[in-house]
Design a protein around this ligand. Structure first.
Ligand SMILES: Nc1nc2c(ncn2[C@@H]2O[C@H](COP(=O)(O)OP(=O)(O)OP(=O)(O)O)[C@@H](O)[C@H]2O)c(=O)[nH]1
Ligand SMILES: [Mg+2]
Length: 471
């Protein structure tokens, strides 16, 4: 009989986490949908055009046909639980996309085969590297006519380095993909598979001198033996795998599920997250251990506030095991809360689960004190643990607002406070000198969406104008 701690460790090692990031309209939400459908997590495959994807569930997202919020989903494939976070690609929504990087082992940067590398591709590759994540590139829309996928791969290598190497190759003009890691035979749209296989194996063995010697002596190494060096290469950024996919035709979707399970890091194989203990200049680095038997450390990377359902805190477990009976402290708060109900999210829906191990992304509802970036823990000694802060862009785009109805100022302040609690890149300030309430966001679109939320979700009307220049 396996002991309880062995079975929890096995459960943790069968968890994968990834965030879909990258430019808008590259097909991240469509890809999330295709993966859910392929894995049997949903019965029908929704589409952006019909406004029926799991990820883009907010009426505003459906109307705009763009994601505006990070959306958390999960599926099971080959006995492995895959948590993934779909993020908005627009630069105005970095307050949603960046925190997703704090909850995952792998940043999957999605590139549109038609438009190629975009400014947001470059930014997200850099953000993910700065958090020491494993990175992979997913080239989507390979069904598109007249695109040069070989040319795009050359662009990717020119921009992000020769370590960007395909794990699979498009074949039959993008109608399917062929594996080039476990397999070395056959043809592809890029020519013989053998060449890509060799490039990949050579890149992986480079991280370990013993494997280099074997490779030179024997001429090849069985890829099944390369798991440990491959994980090391991903951790060190010595390999950035590239996969090809079409979320529309389904080409490469099943293969991507297999890649996630077989090759992407589990919580024990990735670089540890950047935890620190202490405040300000006194803060010291600290390592959370992906060990389900230790005390709990979890990080809230997203907060959702629904006017009817209330607050939901969504967090990633980094250490320890959580159950419904867990009593958790929020940062340096004195009073613990009892978890009660623990959920895994599927877009707007959630399923109750009995426990969560390191790697799991779960949520609790109706805990008022929970806030964005909080660390949840069950040991008093961890009350000063934080995650190293993200380098968010500074919201400098200002708009003065006042309620249409006189006397509603207090309510306006409360509702805006809720919107700001959900969005680390939205700031609200009362400027005493001019007696104005000013919203600061990342751009015009960001603030327009905030105003639409005020109107549609909270049924609250405001008048807006440019903020008065400060005296
Ligand atoms: N031809 C083709 N179109 C696709 C594919 N995947 C997505 N699309 C289309 O591309 C458009 C954008 O898709 P989304 O899934 O919304 O892209 P996104 O990356 O989530 O965009 P943001 O949420 O704005 O960041 C939609 O019209 C999709 O139907 C694909 O594989 N092939
Ligand atoms: Mg989207």
């Amino acid at each position: 009989m396996p002991s309880r701690s062995n079975s929890l460790a096995a459960e943790m090692e069968a968890v994968r986490t990834l965030a879909f990031v990258g430019a808008a309209a590259t097909g991240k939400s469509s890809l999330a949908e295709a993966l859910l459908y392929k894995a049997g997590a949903i019965g029908a495959c929704g589409s952006i055009e019909r406004g029926s994807t799991v990820s883009d569930h907010d009426p505003l997202e459906r109307r705009m046909q763009h994601s505006l919020n990070a959306s958390v989903m999960h599926l099971t494939h080959a006995g492995t639980r895959i948590h993934f976070i779909d993020t908005p690609g627009g630069p105005d929504f970095l307050g949603q996309s960046l925190p997703a990087l704090e909850a995952v082992e792998t940043a999957a940067v999605v590139i549109n085969a038609v438009t190629g590398i975009e400014p947001m591709t470059v930014r997200m590759m850099a953000y993910a590297a700065s958090r020491h994540l494993a990175r992979m590139i997913i080239v989507n829309k390979i069904d598109s006519q007249g695109v040069s996928l070989a040319g795009l791969l050359a662009d990717i290598q020119a921009t992000f380095g020769r370590q960007c190497l395909p794990l699979n190759l498009p074949d039959r003009v993008g109608k399917r993909v062929v594996d080039c890691f476990f397999n070395r035979f056959g043809q592809s749209d890029f020519g013989p598979v053998e060449a890509a296989h060799r490039a990949l194996v050579e890149q992986v063995v480079e991280v370990d001198a013993a494997f280099v010697d074997r490779y030179l002596e024997e001429g090849d190494v069985d890829p099944a033996e390369l798991h440990a060096p491959l994980e090391q290469a991903l951790r060190e950024g010595h390999l950035i795998p590239v996969c090809f996919v079409s979320s529309r035709s389904g080409a490469g979707v099943a293969e991507l599920l297999d890649v996630i399970v077989k090759l992407l890091p589990d919580p024990t194989e990735a670089n540890p997250p950047d935890f620190i203990v202490g405040e300000g200049a006194e803060a010291q680095p600290m390592e959370a251990k992906p060990d389900p038997t230790l005390h709990v450390l979890a990080h809230v990377f997203k907060v959702m506030i629904d006017p009817y359902v209330g607050k939901m805190g969504i967090f990633r477990v980094h250490q320890g095991t959580l159950t419904r009976d867990s009593q958790l402290y929020i940062g340096d708060g004195r009073k613990p809360f009892k978890v009660g109900h623990l959920f895994m999210l599927q877009g707007k829906d959630h399923v109750e689960v009995s426990r969560a191990v390191p790697g799991d992304i779960v949520a609790v509802a109706k805990v008022e004190e929970i806030h964005f970036d909080a660390v949840l823990h069950d040991a008093a000694e961890d009350s000063h643990v934080h995650l190293a802060p993200l380098a968010f862009p500074v919201p400098v785009h200002g708009l003065a607002v006042e309620p249409k109805r006189h006397g509603d100022e207090q309510r306006a302040w409360e509702i805006l406070g809720k919107l700001a609690a959900e969005d680390p890149c939205l700031r609200i300030e009362h400027v005493a000198a001019t007696n104005e309430t000013v919203l600061y966001g990342l751009g015009e679109l960001h603030l327009r969406i905030v105003l639409e939320r005020l109107r549609e979700v909270y049924r609250f009307e405001v008048l807006t104008r440019s903020p008065t220049a400060r005296p």
